[in-house]
Ligand binder design. Sequence first.
Ligand code: GAP
Length: 515
Amino acid sequence: MAQQEDVFKKLVSHSKEYGFVFQSSEIYDGLSAVYDYGQNGVELKNNIKKYWWDSMVLLHENVVGIDSAIFMHPTIWKASGHVDAFNDPLIDNKDSKKRYRADVLIEDQMAKFDDKINKEVEKAAKRFGESFDEEQFRATNGRVLEYQAKKEELHTRFAKALNDSNLEDLRQIILDYEIVCPISGTKNWTEVRQFNLMFSTEMGSTAEGAMKVYLRPETAQGIFVNYLNVQKTGRMKIPFGIAQIGKAFRNEIVARQFIFRMREFEQMEMQFFVRPGEELEWFAKWKDTRLKWHKALGLGEKKYRFHDHDKLAHYANAATDIEFEMPFGFKEVEGIHSRTNFDLSSHEQYSGKKLQYFDPETKESYVPYVIETSIGVDRMFLSVMAAAYTEEQLENGETRVVLKLPAALAPVKVAVMPLTKKDGMPDKARQIIDDLKFDFKCQYDEKDSIGKRYRRQDAIGTPFCVTVDHQTLTDNTVTIRFRDTMTQERVAIDQLRGIIADQVSLRNLLKKITE
Ligand code: GAP
């Protein structure tokens, strides 16, 4: 675990050092849980967004996109339930004066039981060597079973307290399990209180005329309130979906773990409108499609798992998370929710406008049911970076830091380097870039030894380095070096575009989803 935390720290500093992610307002000592994306970060982020967008609107004839405003009529948030119920249970430690989410403290406690179990398994694996049967050990070992039972007992109590929104019980669990503040080490806790996560501001110029508006905490509501506009103008027939990428804002109580939990972040959401009664079938289909989207990136099959919600929101009849194994454990990256007709019905009620759909096949009018897929761009970015960050021991004893990013997502696709600054090699390298730049993000680099230049490109995940040398000047061939294997091949300049395009195109990823 300590080793993993170490990796995470390295990843955070690597992200800064190589222009991926900066702390917001850094020269003013930063703004907590707000981050800026640098020159490489923005390219990676845009590529992730494009991969998601194309997977929605290109691969599905019946999914279209919109881009709705961040500000919306405040009654929308009343209708959606956010004004009354978008709360987190918070608790303060009286000694450290630090504030925590009560549910997160309890979840961390559950993770401790998992850690203990894993330690027992590791110890036994060492002891028994080759003959170790992990499955059998987990099913029969006394200590493992004891920890498992304790975890399940805690889980049952926790799920009940959450479902009943029972704040006193949440506090009692914290006391009974002797959960201490990580800073002060004491159990001197306040009561648990609800805290609304929405940011608000005023719209309008005069004090009397000003209206309280919210910064949207999810992009989904912009889709709901536009659903009929899109359905009518696009002549959409149910089932159909609307996709959107945009900023969302939440005044998170606990803002740790870098870009995992931010106060300003970006979501990629798709609402899929279906006939009532068919929602669970579509829920299963979207679960499958979204997992394929993740797995097509090749970050590791075992790094994903579904986690069904313990507490279903009052409007949902099924919900699951896709979790990814981050350096700090399996964490939610995406939520897939069957939201029934709650949002649309509620908007009908609050707005007084009909939001029904006339189904030409069944000749019935109804408020559609909705399946939602909702993924955080920043969390996706973090999972890609975490999986890509690699430290390799080379034969010469050096360590190579390389981001093994999926080529289609890499910020820079190709670096072109003259071996030396003489004999017209820089001009030749520039000519190559002048051709490739219409298709790919290229970088020119002539500074330092070729080895150092390769390392710089490895550190930002550039899949290809092209070197112009003496031979290039006579036969128009170059060497192309592959990031992951570090092997080099000699190829004709006019082959470059084809070789690179084949590897970096989103097409390959998109095809894998449909296989
Ligand atoms: N419309 C449904 C919705 O917003 P959610 O589970 O609250 O559902 C969806 O959020 C996704 O948005 C999460 O799976 C996560 O990836 C991302 N997300 C939520 N809060 C976030 C935060 N504070 N910082 C970064 N990403 C966040």
